[in-house]
Design a protein around this ligand. Structure first.
Ligand code: FES
Length: 365
């Protein structure tokens, strides 16, 4: 292919025909019509041209323009109020308050309120900007011809910067102080909805962890997770894993935190003295939440008494205080001290002696 300059083609080059590397322009290899040829008048279809320009109502009616300006300002104003509402909700609504909202069902009110106010604040900034552009910014129809190569000439680039600056001028942000003020207010307020939760996060780490206590307490009845019935020691056969939860707890977070597994071991197989003391006739109970990052553990190997977490294979020895024998978990599963009530059912003797679940920075281990 010869090293040639393509002739300047209307609709192809913004600078009136630049040098094109040989073999890189599709038109240099094919004669098939391309999109844009019709506009340029070289294709098989006549250029349909643009329909006659229809001025918008806001272009011809000052009152309509004023009304649109107020609507834009109202949207930005709602965004400011939503951000303020977000901050108020963040501090005012207790984290554990659950409500039933149709048609979603039971939800954490703080999550719902924070999501709604944050979404509304963002939506109103976007909707206000679009409404402003559609009704008040200059309504010019401009045809930009396709050009090649993609990088524009220096003159085009300078013209683009000038057009951008002119656009900013013509957007009317200088002439419409109401819009300017509400937009600045909305954009200035919105970052607060990000800063406040971060500040809360930094503060929260100084509060006692929610994992420090569970729903277990002295004499709390243990309910079988499968049968939903209280458990008698005789119900547990040797080396069979049973999952349990505390009686009378409905909150799903509390239930998840308090979830336990029980297994009957031969008392003489239990190596750890404290585990033996906290067991009842060889029955031991441990938290079901892996101490790595919180998956439910549950794969039990009867012959070794090893309990495996399916997520990252941490392995705990149930016959030795649920110590970690393999994997990334940093500490044993917390043990629940067992007792039996007057009716002969298994109960907790107390809450866990240490926080359940994954380790976190404030823990000693
Ligand atoms: S969560 Fe159990 S090993 Fe990672």
């Amino acid at each position: 292919m010869s090293d040639e300059k393509l002739p300047a083609q209307p609709g192809r080059s913004g600078d009136g025909g630049q040098s094109v590397p040989p073999g890189t322009h599709p038109a240099s290899e094919t004669t098939a019509p391309e999109p844009g040829d019709a506009l340029a008048g070289t294709g098989p279809f006549p250029d349909p041209g643009l329909p006659p320009h229809q001025p918008r109502l806001t272009d011809v009616d000052k009152r309509a323009a004023k009304r649109a300006e107020r609507q834009v300002a109202t949207l930005f104003g709602i965004s400011i109020l939503s951000t303020i509402a977000f901050i108020v909700c963040y501090f005012a609504i207790p984290e554990d308050l659950m409500v039933r909202i149709f048609p979603i069902g039971k939800v954490q009110l703080s999550n719902f309120a924070l999501g709604t106010t944050l979404g509304l604040a963002l939506f109103c900034i976007g909707a206000g900007a679009i409404h402003w552009a559609r009704t008040l910014m200059p309504d010019e129809e401009i045809v930009e011809q396709r050009h090649y190569p993609l990088r524009s000439s220096e003159a085009d680039r300078a013209a683009a910067i000038e057009a951008f600056n002119r656009g900013a001028e013509e957007s009317g942000i200088g002439r419409r102080p109401l819009i300017r003020r509400t937009l600045v207010g909305a954009l200035a307020a919105f970052p607060l909805s990000l800063v406040v939760p971060l500040w809360g996060l930094a503060n929260r780490s100084r509060k006692p962890s929610v994992l420090a206590h569970t729903a277990w307490a002295k004499s709390k009845l243990i309910i079988n997770e499968n049968t939903h019935q209280p458990i008698r020691p005789a119900d547990l056969t040797l080396n069979t894993l049973v999952f349990g939860y505390p009686e009378g707890v409905e909150d799903l977070n509390e239930l998840a935190k308090a979830s336990i597994l029980l297994v009957r071991l031969q008392p003489e197989d239990i190596k750890d003295p404290r585990e033996r003391e906290w067991a009842y006739e060889g029955i031991v109970a441990f938290s079901k939440i892996c101490t790595h990052v919180g998956c439910p553990v549950g794969l039990y190997e009867q012959t070794t008494h090893h309990l495996l977490c399916p997520c990252h294979q941490s392995t705990f020895d149930l016959a030795d205080g649920a110590k970690v024998v393999f994997g990334p978990a940093g500490r044993p599963l917390p043990q629940l001290k067992l007792a039996v009530n007057e009716e002969g059912y298994l109960v907790a003797a107390q809450d866990f002696a240490e926080p359940v679940g994954p380790s976190y920075p404030e823990r000693e281990r």
